[in-house]
Write a protein that binds this ligand. Structure first.
Ligand code: MOS
Length: 810
C-alpha cells in the first residue's frame, strides 16, 4: 500500500492504492464503535417522517408531470396530438421533445436518442411524452387521454423467448461485466468423466421494484439544473443527465439524500429525470414527476430471464474435473447489458476443464439491467441445484461434495484467494441449522400430516470490488455538542436503506475519537466529493475507505498541530493524548531522507533566485508551531481547543481510495451457505418455507445489525425467486401483465419464517484499509437453490423452471 500525503493546496489529502495487504487503524482506536450493532443514526428521522425522499422536497410554483407510455411494443410514434388533452382542466402542457424521450440505457451511462424525428418504440410502456398539470390528478388524466398515432409493427415484435432462442447472438463482452472463458477441454472432460450431470435451468424476468418509486423534482436557475431524485449513484447519474441534455456536468446538481431502496433499478437515471428537466425548462417552473408502480415496473429495468445449461463431470469420489455453464439472457435490441450468470462459476469449485459462455436474445420487453447480485443471484440457482443433484447421484452428502471441490486457489486465473472461508460457513451454518439431525439422504421420507418435509442447502458467493472514491472530513467548532466540536463528513455516496449514514458515522467516530452524535454525515449531493455510490456491493468499502482516509489524514494533521507523530496519539472523547514514542520505520526514514535532499535543492534555488534579485520562499508552507502545547506524557488536549486556535476555526482533509493491484492479484469474494427447511402440501403442492439459516463471510463487519439485515433481505429474495417472483409479458402485445405488487408476487411477512444469520468472523487485509467486503449481495446469491433443493428432498421431484409454483409440483 502506498500512503501519500499531499500537502499542497488548502486540503491535505491522503491517498491509498490497494497494492498488497494493509494494516487497519481500527486496531488502534480506543472507542470501538466499528463492529458494534449500532442502531441507525437516521432511524428516528425516518420513522418520524423527517428524512425527506426526493418527491417530498417542495419548490414554490411546482407543477406535476406524468409520463405517457407507448401502447405498442414495436414501431414508431408518428404523431402526438397535444390538442387532445388541451381542454382537460388543470393540464398545462404536453412536452414531446423527441430528442430526449427514450430508452435510457442504464449501463454504460448512455442515453439513447432517436436518429430521426419520429420516436422509435421498442417496448410497451416506453415513455413518449410528459403531460404537465397543476395537480397530479390532472396530469394523470391528461397522460391517459393523450391521443397518439403509431406505425405499429407489434406483429413483428419479439415477444416469445422460446421462439426467439434460435436468434440468440453473441454478447458485447467489452461492455459486459463478465467474459466468455474456457480452460482445458470441457466437452472432452465431460465425455471422459465417470459421473456426469447435464441440465437446463430457466429463471424468469424479475422486477427490482424498490419500495420508493422513482421520482424527480427538477428546476432551473439560469443554466443550472437541480434534480432531487431517487438514485443509487449520484456522480454517474449527474453525468448521464448532463450528457442527455448536452450541458456541462457542473451545471447539473443531483441530490439523493434518502433513497427508499434501489436493488439496481436506480444505478443510473430513469426516464422521469430527463422528462422532468425538459418540462421544467420549457415551463420555467419546477416540475415533479413521480412514477406509479406500474410505470416503475414497465419503464425502469427488470432482471433478465435466463436459460442456463450446467454440465458437470467428476470422478467416483465426486471430485469435479469439468464445469460448463452456458447461459442465455435477454434484452432490448442493441443493448449491451447481459445477465452475467457465470460470474462465480469461474472460481467456486475445482475443475481443470471449465467453460462460461454468454449469449443474448433480443426481446421487445422492458429494458433489462442490474438487479441485486446481477449474475450470481440467478447463476448460482443453476449451479447449486446442479451440485445438489450431482451429490444425490453420487449418494453423497451435498456439503461433503462442496468440501471435496474446495479449490486451493482461483482455478480459472490461478491466483490466490484474498480470504475464503466457505468451509467455515458450511460448518457453522450446518451446525446452527441442525443439518445432521434434520437432513435425510432419502427424498420424500418425512410426512407430517399432509405436508412433506425436506431440507436443502446451497452455497452463496458474490465478488468483492473496490472503486475509486473521495471524501472530505472537517473538524469544526459546534457549541451545541457536549465536546464543543463536531466532524462534518461529505461524500456524494447514497444510503439506499443499507445503512451508509450509520456505518460511516461509526468509522469517523472511531478514527476521530468522537461520540457518534458528534458526526454530521452529509451524503447524496453531487456537490460533495465523488464516490461510486451504492451498487455492486462496493459502496461501503469504496466510499467508506475514502471517508476512513480523510479521517486518518485529520488524525495526522491533529498530531502535527500538537507536535507529535500520528501513531503516538490516541483520540478519544474529543481529547488528544500521547500514547508512546514514535519509531520511524524504513519507509519513513527513506521519505525523510528524500525530503532533506529536496530541502537542500530548494535552498539552492532560493539562493540562486535571491542573487538575481527575486525573493522566493518554497519551504515551510506547512510548518506548525507546537509550542503552545505542553505535551508531557500524561497530558490530554481537547480537540475543541486545537480547532479554536486555527485561523479558520476548522480543520479539513480529503481521502482518496483507488483500486490497485489487489483486485487482479487476489480473487476477492464473500462466501456463504444457505440452509432451508420446507413443507410441501401433498395434495395442493403448496410450498411453505419453515425456516432458513445462513452463514456468511464479508471480511470485517462494520455493524452486525445492518449486515444481518442485508442477509435477511437476501434470503427473502431467495424465497421470492424460488417460489413466486416472475415478470410476465403478454405474448400477443408485449404488455406487462403483472405490473403491480398485487400481481407480481413477493414474499410478504406470512411467507417469511424465522431466519437465522451467522456472520462468520473474517479479516481481509487485501480489500481496503477497513478490511471489509461488500456484504449486500452475498446472501441472495443462489439462495433460491437451497429452497429448490429442499423441495426435491421433501417430495423427490426436481423442478428446473423457476419459480417453483404449485402447478409445477402436482
Ligand atoms: Mo446493485 S444490482 O449493483 O444495485
Amino acid at each position: 500500500a502506498a500512503f501519500d500525503t499531499d500537502i499542497l493546496g488548502s486540503e491535505p489529502t491522503k491517498r491509498m492504492m490497494m497494492n498488497g495487504p494493509v494494516d487497519t487503524l481500527f486496531d488502534k482506536t480506543s472507542s470501538k464503535l466499528v463492529g458494534k450493532p449500532v442502531t441507525r443514526v437516521d432511524g428516528s428521522l425516518k420513522v418520524s417522517g423527517q428524512a425527506p425522499y426526493s418527491a417530498e422536497f417542495y419548490k414554490d410554483n411546482r407543477v406535476y408531470g406524468v409520463l405517457a407510455g407507448a401502447t405498442i411494443s414495436n414501431g414508431k410514434v408518428t404523431n402526438i396530438d397535444t390538442e387532445s388533452v388541451a381542454d382537460i382542466p388543470g393540464v398545462i402542457k404536453v412536452v414531446t421533445d423527441a430528442k430526449h424521450f427514450l430508452r435510457n440505457s442504464q449501463q454504460g451511462g448512455k442515453m439513447k436518442a432517436p436518429t430521426q424525428g419520429a420516436i422509435d418504440i421498442a417496448y410497451h410502456g416506453q415513455p413518449i411524452a410528459i403531460v404537465v398539470g397543476e395537480t397530479f390528478e390532472a396530469a394523470t388524466e391528461g397522460a391517459k387521454a393523450l391521443v397518439v398515432s403509431y406505425e405499429d409493427e407489434t406483429d413483428e415484435a419479439a415477444l416469445d423467448f422460446k421462439q426467439e432462442l434460435k436468434n440468440a447472438h453473441e454478447v458485447n463482452e467489452k461492455e459486459g461485466s463478465d467474459k466468455n472463458s474456457e480452460h482445458g477441454d470441457p466437452e472432452k472432460g465431460l465425455q471422459q468423466s465417470a459421473v456426469t450431470l447435464d441440465r437446463v435451468y430457466t429463471t424468469p424476468s424479475q422486477s427490482n421494484s424498490p419500495m420508493e418509486p422513482h421520482s424527480s423534482l427538477a428546476y432551473w436557475e439560469g443554466d443550472k439544473l437541480t434534480i432531487y431524485t431517487s438514485n443509487q449513484m449520484v456522480a454517474f447519474s449527474q453525468k448521464q443527465i448532463a450528457d442527455a441534455l448536452e450541458i456541462d456536468n457542473d451545471n447539473v446538481n443531483v441530490i439523493s439524500r434518502y433513497v427508499g431502496g434501489g436493488f439496481g433499478s436506480k444505478l443510473g437515471i430513469s426516464p422521469e429525470s430527463i422528462a422532468a428537466a425538459i418540462a421544467a425548462k420549457e415551463l420555467d417552473r419546477p416540475v415533479l414527476v413521480m412514477m406509479t408502480r406500474p410505470q416503475v415496473m414497465e419503464s425502469t429495468v427488470r432482471r433478465s430471464n435466463t436459460r442456463q445449461r450446467i454440465a458437470l463431470g467428476c470422478d467416483e469420489n465426486g471430485v469435479l474435473n469439468t464445469i460448463i455453464h452456458d447461459t442465455i439472457s435477454s434484452n432490448l435490441p442493441n443493448e449491451s447489458f447481459f445477465e452475467p450468470a457465470g460470474l462465480s462459476t469461474h472460481y467456486l469449485y475445482r475443475g481443470e476443464n471449465r467453460r462460461v459462455n454468454y449469449e443474448q436474445v433480443d426481446m421487445n420487453w422492458t429494458l433489462s439491467g442490474s438487479m441485486r447480485a446481477p449474475g450470481e443471484a440467478v447463476g448460482q440457482i443453476a449451479l447449486e441445484c446442479a451440485m445438489d443433484e450431482l451429490a444425490c447421484q453420487l449418494g453423497m452428502d451435498p456439503i461433503e461434495l462442496r468440501r471435496r471441490n474446495e479449490p486451493e486457489e482461483d482455478p480459472s486465473q490461478q491466483i490466490p484467494f484474498s480470504t475464503r472461508q466457505l468451509l467455515a460457513c458450511l460448518e457453522q451454518g450446518s451446525k446452527a441449522f441442525g443439518w445432521e439431525e434434520k437432513h435425510s439422504s432419502e427424498p420424500a421420507s418425512y410426512l407430517e400430516g399432509d405436508w412433506w418435509i425436506g431440507t436443502g442447502m446451497a452455497v452463496a458467493s458474490r465478488g468483492n470490488q473496490l472503486m475509486p472514491s473521495e471524501a472530505r472530513a472537517t473538524l469544526q467548532l459546534d457549541p451545541s455538542k457536549t465536546l464543543g466540536v463536531k466532524a462534518v463528513i461529505e461524500s456524494d455516496m447514497t444510503d439506499i436503506g443499507t445503512g451508509s449514514y450509520t456505518v460511516f458515522s461509526q468509522v469517523a467516530a472511531d478514527l476521530l475519537g468522537l461520540p457518534i452524535d458528534h458526526i454530521d454525515m452529509q451524503l447524496g449531493d453531487s456537490r460533495f466529493p465523488s464516490s461510486p455510490g451504492s451498487g455492486g456491493s462496493f459502496g461501503a468499502a469504496s466510499a467508506g475507505s475514502s471517508i476512513y482516509l480523510a479521517c486518518a489524514e485529520l488524525r495526522e494533521q491533529i498530531a502535527k498541530r500538537v507536535g507529535l507523530h500520528a501513531d503516538t496519539i490516541q483520540l478519544g472523547e474529543g481529547q488528544v493524548s500521547k500514547t508512546g514514542e514514535h519509531q520511524a520505520g524504513v519507509a519513513e526514514r527513506a521519505v525523510e531522507a528524500g525530503k532533506k535532499a529536496l530541502d537542500a535543492l530548494v535552498d539552492k534555488v532560493e539562493d540562486a533566485t535571491e542573487k538575481v534579485g527575486l525573493s522566493v520562499s518554497m519551504k515551510g508552507s506547512n510548518n506548525i508551531d507546537p509550542e503552545q502545547y505542553d505535551f508531557s506524557d500524561s497530558a490530554t488536549y481537547p480537540l475543541a481547543d486545537i480547532i479554536s486556535q486555527l485561523e479558520d476555526k476548522k480543520l479539513s482533509a480529503k481521502g482518496q481510495i483507488a483500486p490497485g493491484k489487489n483486485g487482479k492479484s487476489h480473487r476477492q469474494a464473500c462466501y456463504g451457505a444457505n440452509f432451508a427447511e420446507v413443507a410441501v402440501h401433498r395434495v395442493t403442492g403448496e410450498v411453505r418455507v419453515k425456516n432458513m439459516t445462513g452463514a456468511f463471510t464479508a471480511g470485517r463487519i462494520l455493524n452486525h445489525n445492518l449486515a444481518t439485515s442485508q442477509c435477511y433481505g437476501g434470503m427473502v429474495f431467495g424465497i421470492g425467486a424460488a417460489l413466486m417472483e416472475e415478470v410476465i409479458h403478454d405474448k400477443r402485445d408485449g404488455r406487462l401483465c403483472n405490473h403491480d405488487l398485487a400481481e407480481y408476487h413477493l414474499p410478504v411477512n406470512a411467507d417469511v419464517p424465522q431466519l437465522e444469520v451467522i456472520l462468520v468472523e473474517e479479516d481481509d487485509p487485501y480489500t481496503n484499509p477497513m478490511h471489509i467486503k461488500g456484504i449486500g449481495e452475498t446472501a441472495i446469491s443462489g439462495a433460491a437453490a437451497a429452497i429448490a433443493n429442499a423441495i426435491y428432498n421433501a417430495v423427490g421431484v426436481r423442478i428446473y423452471d423457476f419459480p417453483i409454483t404449485l402447478d409445477k409440483l402436482i
